[in-house]
Design a protein around this ligand. Structure first.
Ligand code: PLP
Length: 354
């Protein structure tokens, strides 16, 4: 008998990043448009020289978790480091759910929330957002209860809608379900840290917060964090693979997180860029009334919704501008000044020709 690949694997499609064609403007992956500053890159070079390449990494990334804790004002004993928050999501789904148990997420939301449950053969139920792309705490609570879900997983603010739930709304959900609530705050720094539930983890036995450095100029390093009370953190440490974060990443990310002023300045620059992009898109909408729906972004990208999004996407791609295309909306990452201007001019010309 020949070897048979199982059904769930046959249906998988490999992740396809956008072509690295010459001169393409990347506004598709929510990366920072700023690389680390030169002075910091200098220190990075020196730090690489100190690595014991023959030794395994620290399994608990102690120094890195301390730097993360100091940056966000959380207890380092509540922190687990991961090879990107992607890895942490994968561990959450495969270890915190039993086969056949249910996780609730929202739609649209981060694509990995439905990908890992498929692989793990757990149930995934989505709360569908309507026209305004909003979702209420009551809807989330109701769905978790009616499906007897063991986990609720969503991003806040949300990728790809760019909208956020307030801290009170999130805590209302956490207090009213028996499930583990995983709040992915990948974009919170671009909104308002006073809406973050970081620091609340000790008040609840069912709250876990995900953070990442990927949107803060360190996408290349692959580093994410899970924050939860001591019990959950202990379980996370036991469930992850021992050497999941390599030594280079541990040292470099710790170095960058210690440069609080630099990181905060870069975050401010990204917020400025987002604001510029949002206003530019708003004024295009004013000139082409009803052409699309625009959401008030709390993130480092802007989301616009209209039925012919994919035709607009093709038009932008012809002009070498890459954004993220969903069936009926586009997600545009805030870029450099030049990139934003190119995008806005091209979007305007699309609606003039249309
Ligand atoms: C980009 C993003 C992440 C980051 O994942 P990493 O694996 O840390 O790069 C996590 N969650 C959401 C919602 C994101 O958009």
């Amino acid at each position: 008998m020949p070897y048979q690949i199982n059904e769930k694997l046959k249906k998988l499609e490999a992740y396809t990043p956008v072509d690295e064609a010459e001169g393409i403007i990347h506004l598709d992956a929510n990366e920072s448009f700023l690389n680390l500053p030169a002075a910091l890159l200098q220190k990075v070079g020196e730090l690489v020289q100190t690595v014991n390449f023959n030794r395994y990494p620290d399994p608990y990334a102690t120094e890195l978790c301390q730097a993360f804790g100091a940056f966000y004002g959380v207890n380092p004993a509540h922190v687990t480091a991961g090879n990107g928050s992607d890895e942490l999501i994968s561990i959450l789904i495969s270890a915190f759910l039993m086969k056949g148990e249910t996780v609730v997420t929202t739609a649209p939301d981060f694509s990995m929330y439905t990908f890992y449950p498929k692989l793990a053969e757990t149930n995934c139920v989505e709360v569908c957002k309507g026209d305004g792309f909003s979702v209420t705490p009551e809807e989330l609570i109701q769905k978790v209860q009616s499906t007897h879900a063991r986990m609720l997983l969503f991003s806040n603010p949300c990728n790809p809608t760019s909208l956020g739930l307030t801290k009170e709304q999130v805590l209302q959900v956490v207090s009213n379900v028996n499930a583990l609530v995983v709040v992915d705050e990948a974009y919170m720094d671009f909104w308002d840290m006073s809406q973050s539930v970081l620091g609340q983890e000790d008040q609840f036995d069912n709250l876990l917060i995900l953070k990442t450095c990927s949107k803060m100029g360190m996408a290349a390093l692959r580093i994410g964090f899970a924050v939860a009370n001591k019990t959950l953190t202990g379980i996370f440490h036991a469930a992850k693979s021992p050497y999941n974060v390599n030594t280079l990443t541990q040292k470099l990310a710790a170095l960058v997180l210690q440069e609080k002023n630099t990181l905060q300045a870069e975050t401010m620059a990204v917020r400025q860029s987002r604001k510029y992009l949002q206003q530019g898109v708003q004024s295009i909408l004013a000139r082409h009334s009803g052409a699309f729906q625009l959401y008030q972004s709390c993130t480092n990208f802007v989301t616009i919704r209209f039925p012919r999004a994919s035709a607009c996407y093709d038009f932008l791609m012809e002009k070498k501008i890459s954004v993220r295309c969903f069936p009926d909306f586009l997600r545009i990452t805030a870029g450099s000044d030049t990139e934003n201007k190119m995008f806005l001019a091209t979007l305007e010309s699309y609606f003039e020709e249309a």
